[in-house]
Design a binder for this molecule. Sequence first.
Ligand SMILES: Cc1ncc(COP(=O)(O)O)c(CNC2(C(=O)O)CC2)c1O
Length: 338
Amino acid sequence: TKLASIPKENFLFGPSPVQYLPNLTTALGGQVKVYAKREDCNSGLAYGGNKVRKLEYLVADAKLKGCDTLVSVGGVQSNHTRAVTATAVASGMTAVTVQEKWVPIDPPLYAETGNILLSRIMGGDVRLNQEDFDIGHKAATEQAFKDVEARGGKPYYIPAGASDHELGGLGFTNLVVELAEQEAAQGIYFDTLVVCSVTGSSHAGLIVGAVAEGKGRKVIGIDASGKVEATRTQVTRIARNTAKLLDPELVIKDEDVILDDRFNAGIYGIPDEQTIKAIEMAARTDSMITDPVYEGKSMAGMIELIKEGTIKPGSNVLYIHLGGQPALNAYSSYFPHN
Ligand SMILES: Cc1ncc(COP(=O)(O)O)c(CNC2(C(=O)O)CC2)c1O
């Protein structure tokens, strides 16, 4: 397919694991078989995650354009900017990351631990500011881009989450191709995928992959942006752009974009009781660790979708685990203990 002809780096260990979760399956009644696609274990680059898979395409493009510095943006505890720094360093490039006040909280050591600590350890040029959350293009990255040019560097701009970029959806379209090969080898089929959605290109890529394979595979996005209509618009735009790039015949319908906003705790970056309970459930069944900003919210969504029967008995559901655990260290105060 056209996808195989698009330049891509090799940042992953290989296909990420498809893991059965027997204890969570039982805890949720045993009628739905629950598995996880472990993108949190997909790469040796600074704890991997969904952004490393996306960046395989963007870093290849940056290299083809002769760039030597990746410029991007995220919140203080952004997994994305950590992954940008990691893939830059591993590729012999440098990274400038603008880290903004996307989450209006200041728990102990919030800007000293977790993802931002990792970026600093990797030698990233980490620049904090007080701008607030938005999944779109942020002004401060323009200044960072100009600074790189001024020092004779060749910057490559990557938007939040590597999402609103022409290549942003390819990583997760490729994941569906990879998954189909794993399903064939294991003799199983996942009728439903559950994925966290914020800047939207993980979700969008899965939609394109599912529509392209034409088996009716359902992709359910769980919003964690707290701005669900902005995320829905961005997911839809990225999905249609990605489809057009790969196969102009491919049509993404509005109903292919399923985005559930019941589990975002009403705000990006802050967990609520439901989020914490979901994190504890996954951790106390199959020792699978999720985070309070992203995966804890999609885990809460999957649990409820199974409990309420939206994901029907007899289904095989695949939880797309996108990473995020390093940020837990900045959120320890949300897990009180005696
Ligand atoms: C662990 C984890 N899980 C899910 C998501 C949502 O993915 P999308 O941005 O592709 O919708 C992120 C994103 N994180 C952003 C970041 O800056 O880290 C882009 C928001 C994530 O890091």
